[in-house]
Design a protein. Sequence first.
Length: 139
Amino acid sequence: MIERKYWKIVGFASLYSILFFVLFGTVTILIPNKFFARMTPVTALDYVFLIFTSLLLGTYVSFHQYQKKYGSKKCGIAATSGGVFGFLGFGCAVCNKILVLLLGFAGVLMYIEPYRPQIGLVGVGLLGYAVYSKGKSIF
């Protein structure tokens, strides 16, 4: 019975990770498509943050789904902020309408765009912590 639990968690984590990768990759044009446009160049670090964010977010959602069914129902602020920071780490900051609305085009270029690698690293770190703490309570 315990092994079945692990395989179920791993299966859902894989499924959610693939879904997050396709969704985020499509919206941020890291997966080329004709529906969206990107105004900043793509770097290798964008792909690294996309992969790690997708894997960690998929794992966290799988853990949360398991715990919601068998235990606690609360969602962590570390996972939420990690997902947002992770998305900002590989997304096009200039293309983000909410950031442009809040900071203006010049503000985004001055305050967000130069620090995207650090923002992505913070996002992956927060997601890693969220997965660790959620996994610790399950296993």
